[in-house]
Design a protein around this ligand. Structure first.
Ligand code: ZN
Length: 345
């Protein structure tokens, strides 16, 4: 099954029915993480989440085991592959994420092995990390979406910056009291050693240059500054079971499909130090993955989650615990990573 990346031509399908009509595809010749020329095709996948045309290979580097989407849209076109009702941009997502007004989520506070406060914790559906920063601490959230986490940071009296690909979010974020930065990744227009913490929830898998971006984060973090982020875990049992129907795959907007091993490699290349990686056996992808496997597609993403929210709470908790017992933590659906900038500068 092993094949050279060079051997396959980019799969160009009919893209003229959508506003991605000018898009072309970038066919990677090398592993974006280690530069190896050899990869194996795991399976092919379509955009079943947002319903945009395109067929993509999910490849695994035979040298470093990094999994990635190939070919992929050019970076300058990728915004066309999001829909306006993408769940991170929805207003109801902001309300749902508002942990200050949700006693249920407040009850799921958990302390990590290294002493950080987590919301959602090991079992819960959220995995936000809150370092013990003082009032006035400078923080940046990359991929802030409609601002659920931004609101939490402002409630803690942190000086908060939000960055997102979607420029329409600027008034939403500034109205909350944060400053909005349009994305310029991998460059971040902030001075050296400026921030106390950077956060990126389910964002790094979207980035075309994850190592360069984390290296830039290392530059703008103060010594001992914190980077906390999460990514879908492509080593999870659902990835292997559902393959192209796994809701966490989300091609083509997810261009990297990390495992604990490969996300650790990315962090280490950036000069940051991993403090802790923990897996969360949430079931956020389970219900939509089952629906996708039954042939559902091209429907609004919020509809995909509706069955889950209607049976939520008890079943969510019960299944999460059961899945943890069955599959263990290293096969969790999501990995949350806490890093520190321990450079001597
Ligand atoms: Zn590689």
């Amino acid at each position: 099954m092993t094949q050279s990346i060079i051997s396959h031509a980019p799969t160009i399908i009919n893209i003229f029915t959508m506003n991605c009509s000018e898009s072309k595809y970038l066919d990677l010749q090398k592993c974006p993480l280690c530069g190896s020329l050899n990869s194996q095709l795991l399976f092919k996948a379509n955009d079943i989440l947002m319903g945009k045309p395109g067929e993509y290979n999910i490849e695994e580097c035979t040298e470093c085991s990094f999994r990635f989407t190939n070919p992929r849209p050019y970076a300058e076109d990728i915004f066309n592959y999001y829909t306006s009702d993408y769940h991170c941009y929805r207003d109801d997502n902001r309300k749902k994420n508002d942990v200050t007004e949700s006693s249920d989520l407040e009850n799921k506070v958990f302390t990590s092995n290294s002493g950080y406060t987590l919301h959602g914790g090991f079992w819960g559906s959220r995995g936000w990390v809150f370092p013990n920063l003082q009032k006035g601490a400078k923080i940046l959230e990359i991929g802030c979406g409609s601002g659920g986490f931004i609101r939490e940071c402002i409630a803690r009296r942190w000086e908060t910056l939000g960055m997102d690909l979607n420029p329409d979010l600027e008034p939403v974020i500034t109205q909350m009291g944060a400053k909005f930065l349009p994305t310029t990744l991998p460059i971040i227009d902030l001075p050296d050693s400026y921030l106390d913490a950077v956060f990126a929830w389910q964002v790094i898998e979207h980035l075309y240059e994850p190592v360069e971006t984390l290296t830039e984060i290392q530059r703008i973090l103060k010594p001992n500054g914190i980077l906390a982020f999460s990514v879908p875990n492509s080593d999870c049992w659902q990835f292997h079971l559902f393959k192209d129907k796994w809701a966490g795959l989300q091609v083509p907007t997810h261009v990297s499909h990390f495992s604990e091993k490969t996300i650790r490699q990315v962090v280490e290349k950036s000069g940051l130090k991993v403090v802790e990686i923990y897996g969360q056996n949430t079931i956020g992808c389970l219900c939509p993955s089952i629906l996708f496997s039954m042939g559902r597609k091209n429907v609004s993403l919020s509809d995909q989650w509706t069955p889950l929210s209607s049976v939520n709470k008890i079943i969510d908790r019960f299944l999460s615990i059961l899945i943890s017992l069955l599959f263990g933590r290293n096969q969790a659906e999501r990995l949350t990573v806490i890093c520190i900038n321990n450079s001597q500068e």
